[in-house]
Design a protein around this ligand. Structure first.
Ligand SMILES: *Cc1c(COP(=O)(O)O)cnc(C)c1O
Length: 493
């Protein structure tokens, strides 16, 4: 029988490709004297059997990993409008610099005298980031935004303890990212949730009545997770400071402000940056990130150790003598490779390029929102760099936002963030970023509009999507708890 698509579909595991004796590498003869392993390791630690590693040739390895990379979606394959995550394209030059042997092959135990170049890179990156956010001091150590938040909350505690009272509560708006209340709790503070006003912003009046002597401060994302600029931020900062509190900005959405507004000028005392969002770096799937935390002068004594400083001879040194520091928060100096990528990204774009980045991100979102808002409603209006649409209008057809997200996968687009922020029913949060062309934005908008039509005409069709992905609808809880990584095409067993 003629088969239309006789491609292999069994996609074997690399262990199933294994054949005894097949080799993928040629290791050179050692040029140092060898000793048997038995002399080097205690007997109890030796294996009885060799490990059962796959035995495969080099091209089988390459094909295997290329194939599985195509089963997944990533920003090098297609559009990735995952709201709040700023999934911009990561320029390949970043990867080249991060792999330079002089940077990639450093060992964290090398003495500072042997790694002056790396320290200089961190120093200059710190300087550029401080300028971007308008702050006085910075730590590059935290590994992610969430860890930056934890550092921020610990800084709140250290600062207030030094004033004589650590205080008890931190105020967070109801639009906040889940990491905000989670990290605040981890740091031992109580969360006070403030209801957003009808514009989706923090209301200074509501804030005023929540403030008091037991409030350590406010955590306020800007623009917030609805993409809205907190236009009362200066008034908010004044009220918080008057009450003796501190202002923390979750800087995950900095892409919207870059080169235009600086958290330090807006009245914030602390901000974290997500280098893996605003400053490229491939992320998603749990890859490494970096969440530097920048602060105003009055919080500098409490920053994590060690602090990078200039030595008397013009070189770079590490300062471990900060008795009021909250301590170390990461092994060694943080995720250095991510710092190299961010450094490269900023230096490639320069001041003017960074500014245009932010403005283009906002422009792209304005275009996308304008094309979609006649169909998908925007309960809080258009956002800056991202907008939160509602799929509620599809409910009467029995179709939910989740179904729209699943159907989008058939268009080769990563689904936007759904059901977040919690204050928008059937939320669809899309963030195009500046790295997409108008053609790509059009393709996405047309897909979204087509899905809305499909949902009205044939709800079951949309509810059964996706049709073209390696796996269809998974039990999401089970897929997380007991992931089955063995791919079996539908119907094969
Ligand atoms: C991504 C994000 C975070 C958390 O940052 P991670 O780097 O993922 O830990 C916090 N807040 C907002 C608004 C975010 O978008």
């Amino acid at each position: 029988m003629k088969e239309k698509n006789p491609k292999r579909t069994d996609s074997p595991l690399i262990f199933e490709r294994s054949r005894p004796g097949r080799r993928g590498t040629a290791v050179p003869e050692p040029d140092v004297p060898t000793r048997p392993l038995e002399e080097l390791l205690p007997k109890a630690m030796m294996r009885k059997e060799p490990p059962s590693l796959p035995e495969v040739s080099e091209n089988e390895v390459v094909r295997h990993f290329t194939e599985i990379s195509l089963m997944n979606h990533h920003v090098d394959r297609g559009f990735y409008p995952l709201g709040s995550c700023t999934m911009k394209y990561n320029p390949k030059v970043n990867e080249q610099t991060a792999r330079l042997p002089g940077l990639a092959d450093l060992h964290p135990f090398q003495p500072t005298s042997a790694v002056q170049g790396a320290l200089r890179l961190m120093w200059e990156l710190g300087d550029m980031l401080k300028e971007i956010v308008g702050m006085d001091e910075i730590t590059l150590q935290p590994a992610a935004g969430a860890q930056g938040e934890l550092v921020g909350a610990l800084l709140f505690r250290a600062y207030h303890t030094a004033q004589g009272d650590p205080r008890k509560k931190i105020i967070i708006p109801d639009s906040a990212h889940g990491t905000n209340p989670a990290t605040v709790r981890m740091a031992g503070y109580e969360v006070v949730t403030l209801k957003s006003n009808e514009e989706g912003r923090m209301d200074p009046g509501a804030l005023e009545s929540a403030l008091g002597e037991d409030v350590a401060g406010v955590m306020l994302t800007n623009p917030n997770t609805l993409g809205k600029f907190e236009s009362d931020v200066e008034e908010i900062a004044r009220l918080v400071h008057e009450a003796g509190g501190l202002m923390y900005m979750d800087g995950a959405n900095l892409n919207a402000l870059i080169g235009v507004a600086r958290p330090g000028d807006l009245g914030y005392d602390i901000v974290h940056l997500n280098l893996h969002k605003t400053f490229s770096t491939p992320h998603g799937g749990g890859g490494p990130g970096a969440g530097p935390v920048a602060v105003k002068e009055h919080l500098a004594p409490y920053l994590p150790l060690p602090i990078l400083t200039r030595a008397g001879d013009g070189g770079y040194a590490l300062d471990w003598e900060r008795p009021e520091s909250i301590g170390k928060v990461h092994g060694f100096w943080g995720n250095f490779g991510v710092l190299v990528r961010a450094y490269t990204y900023i230096r490639m774009l320069g001041r003017d390029g960074m500014r245009r980045t932010g403005m283009a991100a906002v422009l792209n979102n304005a275009y996308m929102s304008a094309r979609l808002e006649g169909t998908y409603s925007l309960p809080y209006g258009r956002g800056m760099h991202e907008s939160v649409f509602s799929g509620s209008f599809l409910k009467e057809h029995g179709v939910r936002t989740l179904d729209v997200a699943k159907r989008l996968l058939d268009f080769g687009v990563h689904a936007p963030t759904v059901y977040f922020p919690l204050i928008v029913p059937e939320a669809i949060m899309a963030e195009p970023t500046e790295t997409e062309t108008k053609d790509e934005l059009d393709r996405f908008c047309e897909a979204m509009l087509q899905i809305a039509e499909e949902a009205k005409a044939d709800p079951e069709f949309v509810k059964n999507a996706p049709y073209s992905t390696p796996v269809r609808r998974l039990d999401e809880a089970l897929a997380n708890r007991r992931p089955n990584v063995r791919y079996r095409p539908e119907g094969s067993d």
